[in-house]
Design a protein around this ligand. Sequence first.
Ligand SMILES: Cc1ncc(COP(=O)(O)O)c(C=O)c1O
Length: 458
Amino acid sequence: MTTPHDLDLQEAARRHLWLHFTRMSSYANGEVPVIVRGSGQYVYDQHGKRYLDGLAGLFVSQIGHGRKEVAEAGAQQASELAYFPLWSYAHPRAIELAERLATLAPGDLNRVFFTTSGSEAVESAWKLAKQYFKAIGEPGRYKVLSRDIAYHGTSMGALAITGLPSIKEPFEPLPPGGVRVPNTNFYRAPGFVADDLEGFGRWAADEIERAILREGPESVAAVFLEPVQNSGGCFPPPPGYFARVREICDRYGVILVSDEVICAFGRLGYYFGSERYHYQPDIITFAKGATSGYSPLGGMLVSDRLMEPFSTGAATFLHGVTFAGHPVSSAVALANLDVFEQEDLLGNVRANEATFRATLEKLHDLPIVGDVRGDGYFYGIEMVKDKATRETFSDDESERLLRGFLSQALFDAGLICRADDRGDPVIQLAPPLTCGPEHFTEMEQILRSVLTEAWSRI
Ligand SMILES: Cc1ncc(COP(=O)(O)O)c(C=O)c1O
């Protein structure tokens, strides 16, 4: 596909395109970044300038860009059967993909309900939890626990689960039942556990129990947790955290949903993040890396136990979306998984993740770098005003630092990553799983020069 000669992309973008979570006014006099193609770990803008894709687009492009075999699998499927719904019918690619995902997923997560996005997956999981409890005679259970600052999507239900007050406020009132618990940001742990990672993890898990008891266990349906929380800048779970959460959920009959929209499909070196941290969810939600973005697809993997009430008689999960499990997306997801196997991408992440960490940790010598945290190919770098006291930036400083300088400077220097202040200011990195040491070095060098410049401007 080429752009018609007479269309000025900049002018048309400014006039007609609405960018997501974007201050459109910031492009009134500036250039809209227009990315036109990708190849491997790099993307190119309309002027031909190259960028290292340090965020895999938006935690999506696991296998990298420009894979002809995956694109061709989609094209082949479109010419064979472009569309048919999963409402009452099935089609071969959705069946094959459901079987393959069930085989890869931990434990008895044997049933796949497809969606087209992560928000829809999260929405579906909450709806399933509510209908499941009505079906088994516990109709009072509808509440959902999730963690401070966690992002679980933007549709109304998913937004009620999301723990970011600033993006919820314009849409209040949201569906009732969202309850917050602490996240696992050890860098900002409360004083009494500040030097005790396991103690911090026990405390954070026990806060889930306290919340269940406070709300009344008979009213709580589910707990939604990411294996590594993205928003806030990559909070891995402390040792023992998930084992304790699993025990608590079992004690009170609460469904444990592992929201793996980011953490599944190799981001942490495993097909599913819950495998890495050895816990068994009742539901896994996924999207993004399932197709590496060659076509949209999301879904949830559901345990036999939760499926059981829907297996007999007139019982029906009263939920669906037109494009869920789209044949093209399903074919693309299968081809994506073929690449994972042929190129041992999980093995690549596991073999290189220590080097990735060590390369990013070199940045600790900069005065602005407070914390480097994450696992696998998923890292956050927290910036601070004072390393010794861990003092963070004021809202005004953060605004000037992130929006006024860093985001643009990193982009100008040729690195796609994310400078984010939905918590304390962080830079996030989640590159394609095909990356190796040379890409880590490139990221570190760009970050070093831009962060040095940022410090000199404070
Ligand atoms: C953990 C998590 N859940 C849900 C979502 C929502 O996914 P989507 O943007 O595909 O609706 C995201 C998106 O980043 C996410 O990170």
